[in-house]
Write a protein that binds this ligand. Structure first.
Ligand code: F6R
Length: 243
């Protein structure tokens, strides 16, 4: 695992965007695995700025969703599908045909999870998976205790994660859906390159456990220690508890 420490979130965003642009240089139709939340926003902004300046051709890029809430109506502004449309697809000039994601409104959600696994495989697999990290060490919505071999499935969010995400639901953890679909840890580990971005002091404990702690289901992000091409990009605050 390679760890790169950058001064701040914007520098991290630029660095990861550069890695994406390099990938597109030899694979213009790369499948990018995209996370939501606040951490990856500087990456998407830097990518959009690079493309607008003529420094990257994003016309053939495809994006794959990492996780999604279950129980929100289609088109809800805080569904991750809507968030990705606003923060990734629109700024990068991509249409819905470039998007792969699970159908969280399907009557049989478990079948929709299996179908999403098939769709990812049929698309050739994820070339670069961008991840944030939860304050409890989760990746995607694989909460502590998730099997390190897990596949895309339904999970229940912890109260801590619902509290962390309440900011998107009027500050009320009770409005954050309890159930989610997430790519499993085993699914995530199949991406050819995994890039975990961590910024801010509230990620310092989780990042130290992920990078320097034992490989353990209690810190799902520690599974990246198993990946042959994993890059951690952390700002100084998130890296402050690394030895
Ligand atoms: C979101 C996701 C989550 C977030 C994590 C950190 O798609 O997969 O694992 O990356 O909860 O969220 P932020 O970046 O908002 O701190």
């Amino acid at each position: 695992m390679e760890v790169v420490i950058v001064p701040d979130a914007e520098a991290g965003g630029r660095l990861v965007a550069e890695a994406v642009v390099r990938l597109l240089g030899h694979r213009p139709d790369a499948l990018l695995g995209v996370a939501t939340g606040s951490t990856p926003l500087p990456v998407y902004q830097a990518l959009a700025a690079t493309a607008a300046a003529g420094g990257a051709d994003l016309s053939r890029v495809r994006v794959a969703q990492l996780d999604e809430y279950v129980g929100l109506p289609a088109g809800h502004p805080e569904s991750y599908r809507s968030v990705l449309e606003r923060e990734v697809l629109a700024p990068l000039g991509l249409g819905p045909e470039a998007f792969l994601g699970p159908d969280s409104t399907a009557p049989d959600v478990a079948a929709a999870c299996r179908e999403y696994e098939r769709a990812l495989a049929a698309a050739g697999g994820v070339d670069l998976q961008l991840l944030g990290i939860g304050s409890d060490g989760h990746i995607g919505f694989n909460e502590p205790g998730s099997s390190l071999a897990s596949r895309t499935r339904i999970k229940t969010l912890t109260e801590r994660t619902r509290g962390d995400n309440a900011r998107y639901f009027g500050g009320d953890p009770g409005r954050v859906p309890r159930h989610v679909i997430t790519q499993g840890i085993g699914t995530i580990l199949e991406a050819r390159h995994v890039v975990l971005l961590a910024t801010g002091p509230n990620k310092a404990d989780a990042l130290a456990a992920a990078v320097e702690g034992p490989l353990a289901a209690r810190c799902p992000a520690s599974a990246l220690q198993l990946h042959p091409h994993a890059t951690v990009v952390a700002d100084e605050a998130a890296a402050s508890k690394l030895t």
